[in-house]
Design a protein around this ligand. Structure first.
Ligand code: AMP
Ligand code: GLY
Length: 426
């Protein structure tokens, strides 16, 4: 079978790496891909939101399955686009309809969904620009009824930057004014204000055909740039899987209170959903709450989750697209996986690209997943903020992490930075 994978990050390299091992795969195309995905298949320089050009590629290469890595094309309706083309309706798409992608694309929609289906999440209220001073006054009253800190979330996609946590009620109101004024563009026309939940976060993933679902390995990611979780938020600086506190008792609660009601909620709402659901959870004294939904795999979580999957992922994707997941099993390795992200100097602020990367040719005791890399005049160079994810596997996460750090020592580029404390809180 010919497959098209959409995306260009570490997550997509991990998916491409796994799919390329499947005996069911004939040709793998990646649009647009990176220097790592080029090792697993054929990169095609088509932008992720150029649906007509992607559709043309699917026609000309007789592609039967499209796997969507990031959220953006899903929120923009790529899955619906394929279903609407008479000759492409039969192409399987891993990734939900635009209606399903609203779970990630609109924080307000996600909160309403959770409220409606009794899924545990922080108490909240949504405020909308255009109601003049009313919404500011209502927000002040709501904030007055809450304990600090206050969590403000721009409703729409804001490249992971749309959440601001503040201790002072007046600062919270001026943040709300800034969001309304366009700090996050149109994403901030609506703002969810919610209660702060104090606990430890983890990422839980399922693959679903809208009816049945399979639980993937859980993971913990490290989002802040600085050690001990300080400084600005990034796309993710490292990850660990499994997560010890996600013990069987906790995971039973996650299944019964969060996963099952989410699937039922999608069905009751008439939302077609074939793909991944990423539950961003927080464990508050042993009780799980949903911080956010994402409609895709995480990055860098994929770089530890996928290497632990022993089953043929392409076979599971085909079953998902065909609505045949019922009765399928997923085999997970008992090994632990860690990944450490090498990033460009200055990231997540301004940074330069195009620095040569050296040390990749040496044999490492793990898997080097590419995120922001490119080939320039036959030389591997940096091409993004997050550059490489160094994944290792071993019997314990501490042993795996040692290997990831050993690999990190051998790879260099100008300005390289990585966190040396991944797993510090486990
Ligand atoms: P999100 O973009 O929704 O993932 O939020 C970014 C980060 O903000 C999360 O990973 C959490 O660390 C934090 N966060 C969001 N909502 C809450 C909340 N209600 N309580 C505590 N932390 C939160
Ligand atoms: N690592 C978090 C995310 O992919 O959103």
């Amino acid at each position: 079978m010919n497959v098209l994978l959409i995306g260009s990050g570490g997550r997509e390299h991990a998916i491409a790496w796994k799919l390329s091992q499947s005996p069911l795969l004939t040709k793998l195309f990646i649009a647009p891909g990176n220097a790592g995905t080029a090792l697993c298949g054929i990169n095609v320089p088509i932008a992720m939101d150029n649906f007509p050009a992607l559709a043309q590629l699917v026609r000309s290469e007789k592609i039967k399955l499209v796997v969507v890595g990031p959220e953006d094309p899903l929120v923009k309706g790529i899955s619906d686009y394929f279903k609407e083309q008479d000759d492409l309706r039969w192409v399987g798409v891993i990734g939900p309809s635009a209606a399903g992608a609203r779970l990630e694309g609109s924080k307000d929609f996600a909160k309403q969904f959770m409220e409606k289906f009794g899924i545990p999440t922080a108490r909240y209220s949504t405020f909308t620009l255009g109601k003049g001073n009313d919404s500011i006054e209502e927000a002040s009253a709501f904030i007055g009824s809450m304990q600090p800190p206050y969590v403000l979330k721009a409703d729409g996609l804001a490249a992971g930057k749309g959440v601001v946590i503040l201790n002072d009620p007046e600062e919270a109101i001026s943040e709300l004014r800034e969001m309304f004024a366009g700090k996050f563009g149109s994403a901030g026309k609506k703002v969810v204000i919610e209660e702060f939940l104090d606990g430890i976060e983890l990422s839980v993933f399922i693959l679903t055909d809208g009816d049945s679902w399979l639980l993937l390995p859980e993971a913990k990611d490290y989002k802040r740039i600085g050690e001990r979780d300080t400084g600005l938020n990034t796309g993710g600086m490292g990850a660990v899987s499994p997560v010890a506190f996600a013990n069987p008792a906790f995971m039973e609660k996650v299944k019964a209170r969060i996963i099952e009601p989410t699937i039922k909620g999608l069905q009751v709402s008439g939302i077609r959903y074939q793909g991944f659901i990423f539950f961003g959870l927080i464990n508050v004294k042993g009780e799980p709450f949903v911080i956010e939904y994402n409609v895709r795999l995480g990055d860098p979580e994929s770089e530890v989750v996928i290497p632990r999957i022993k089953s043929d992922l392409l076979e599971l994707f085909i079953a998902t697209a065909d609505g045949r997941l019922n009765g399928k099993q997923i085999e997970i390795s008992g090994e632990s996986a860690t990944t450490v992200m090498l990033v460009s100097g200055g990231y997540p602020g301004d940074y330069q690209k195009g620095f040569p990367i050296s040390g990749l040719e040496t044999d490492t005791d793990g898997i080097v997943f590419h995120a922001g890399t490119a080939i320039l005049e036959k030389q591997m160079v940096t091409n993004g903020g997050r550059v490489l994810a160094l994944t290792s596997l071993d019997t314990t996460w501490k042993k795996a992490l040692k290997k990831s750090y050993k690999t990190a020592k051998g790879i260099t580029f100008e300005g390289v930075y990585y966190r040396r404390d991944i797993g510090f809180d486990l």
